[in-house]
Design a protein around this ligand. Structure first.
Ligand code: F6P
Length: 357
């Protein structure tokens, strides 16, 4: 009999349910009895002992279901060592609940912050297996995270829809794409959606270069221009500032996000009609795409295998299309970013896409 605790933490994404289903199916199909404690709303559930007993039936019919059947919340890593408002030691509370329920291990699905806490629990002596989720694809140690491809599809659809109306009206359109501090989502959706200009955090932009790229298109007879702008895109000017200086500057920032600033500057410098579209959280919603269903199922299956073997302290990931096990201490606290000289960036430039650099 295996007793496993499961939780989904951080911002949700597509295929969380598919991944959990994969874990449970692979264990039960090995004819291993399993007791599943589903902690509600991420680490909060583990801290406060809020869980639901689940059976394999709960994981049936959820392959295509978006969101997470366990609920999720953000519990910042930096606050984990700070007592809660009632003086509760959160790390001790998680350990106590783990031991009280006599768990064999925790299965934790999450992104960067989640992995830092998962590693902390490993260091504290708990058995942990993790699965990499996030639409941002910024988790170190894996070529891809699940949720990413589904989000690429949605962001691409948004750019596709904008194309027709941009063409009809001869406008400059900015589609702001999620991704936190990295540009994988924008880069991929931008290329897939045929964006003319892509701005990502890893390649700071010069607004004059952006304007030049728009002007060149217009001079060549193209009536419209599409920009895919990452929510974390940054100007060359701001990229030169220290963290502290940038924070100070941003205190009086007059725009809701960087896209509106870019739009304002383009308008000011060219007089073109500019519009901004922000698909926002739609990028995390809806059903997982087929790639993510397969990928999350494969990861779930490997996580199940680890549990059956009694091997803990790993994140399951993918490298060169093969599912791999990565020691948690190698993953925690590292960010995967787009290399400005990556071949995909060079190829996009060869296609005529400007990065405003
Ligand atoms: O990390 C996933 C993500 O969707 C980022 O792309 C985005 O910056 C952030 O979460 C949004 O967070 P929240 O759901 O808390 O608004």
């Amino acid at each position: 009999m295996k007793r496993i605790g499961m939780l989904t933490s951080g911002g949700d994404c597509q295929a969380l349910n598919a991944a959990m289903r994969g874990v449970v199916k692979s264990i039960t199909n090995a004819e291993q009895d399993v007791e599943i404690y589903g902690f509600i709303d991420g680490y909060k559930g583990l801290i406060y002992g809020n869980f639901r007993m689940l059976t394999s039936h709960d994981f049936s019919g959820i392959l295509t279901k978006g969101g997470t059947i366990l609920g999720s919340s953000r519990t910042p890593f930096k606050l984990m060592r700070e007592p809660d408002e009632n003086g509760l030691d959160k790390v001790e509370a998680m350990k106590q609940n783990y031991y009280k329920l006599k768990l064999d291990c925790l299965v934790i699905l999450g992104g960067n912050g989640t992995h830092k806490t998962a590693n902390l629990l490993r260091e504290e002596g708990l058995n942990v297996v993790t699965l990499p989720k996030t639409i941002d694809n910024d988790l170190w140690g894996t070529d891809m995270t699940f949720g990413f491809q589904s989000a690429v599809n949605i962001a691409t659809d948004a750019i596709d829809c904008i194309h027709t109306t941009a063409a009809s009206h001869g406008r400059v359109f900015i589609v702001e794409v999620m991704g936190h501090k990295v540009g994988f989502l924008t880069l991929n959706a931008g290329i897939a959606g045929g964006a003319d200009i892509i701005l990502i955090p890893e390649i700071p932009y010069d607004i004059d270069k952006v304007v030049k790229a728009i002007d060149e298109r217009h001079n060549r007879g193209s009536k419209f221009t599409i920009l895919a702008v990452a929510e974390g895109a940054i100007s060359k000017e701001n990229a030169k500032l220290s963290k502290k200086e940038l924070k100070e500057k941003m205190k009086n920032y007059p725009y809701p996000s960087v896209s509106y600033e870019v739009a304002d500057k383009i308008k000011e410098k060219t007089g073109y009609d500019v519009r901004v579209t922000v698909p926002g959280h739609t990028q995390r919603g809806g059903t997982p795409c087929p790639y993510d269903r397969v990928f999350a199922s494969r990861l779930g299956s490997e996580a199940g295998k680890l549990i059956l073997e009694g091997q803990y302290g790993f994140m399951v990931g993918i490298k060169n299309r093969e599912i791999i096990r990565v020691p948690l201490e190698e993953v925690a606290g590292k960010l995967k970013t787009v290399a400005p000289d990556a071949s995909i960036v060079q190829e996009a430039k060869m296609l005529g896409i400007s990065f405003g650099d």
